[in-house]
Design a protein around this ligand. Structure first.
Ligand SMILES: [Cu+2]
Length: 150
């Protein structure tokens, strides 16, 4: 008799599941935040915009192209309405001239070959003489014109 000793290999698989518990210790360092308080004081200038009252005479700009040459202004008569802002674009053609209108505080020297802007408010009614204010030759004294404010 063959004694087969069957030794049952009892493989006991003891699966020990060891739960690997890793403990993470988080050290939270709470720092008091350094708060720098910058106080910016902004002064806002609230511009009080005074809207030009349009209750008075209608404000309009009357623009004229004018030339100055020996010895005349062309045109030599300018007619506007009282209250108008008058803008003259005066082109000096030949030699140095000037443009003076004392009643409205205007006196400008003109430059040869250039256009000079003269602006004023015609706030008075009447007929006013403007003239060349820079000696420009024999006919200088006759180099005048009229501003008519109606
Ligand atoms: Cu002149």
């Amino acid at each position: 008799m063959a004694n087969n000793f069957l030794i049952p290999a009892l493989i006991v698989l003891a699966v020990v599941v060891s739960g690997c518990t890793s403990t993470t210790t988080t050290t939270t360092t709470t720092r008091a935040p350094q708060t720098t308080t910058t106080t910016i004081t902004t002064t806002t200038n609230v511009a009080t915009t005074t809207t030009a009252a349009t209750t008075t005479t209608q404000v309009s700009v009357k623009e004229f192209q004018m030339t100055a040459s020996q010895w005349k202004f062309e045109p030599n008569t300018v007619t506007v309405k009282q209250g108008d802002t008058v803008r003259l674009q005066i082109q000096d053609i030949d030699v140095t001239h000037g443009f003076s209108l004392p009643t409205f505080g205007v006196n400008k020297q003109l430059e040869v070959g250039k256009t000079t802007t003269v602006e004023f408010v015609a706030d008075k009614k009447g007929t006013f003489t403007f003239a060349c204010s820079v000696f420009c030759g024999t006919g200088h004294s006759s180099m005048t014109g009229k501003l008519v404010v109606e």
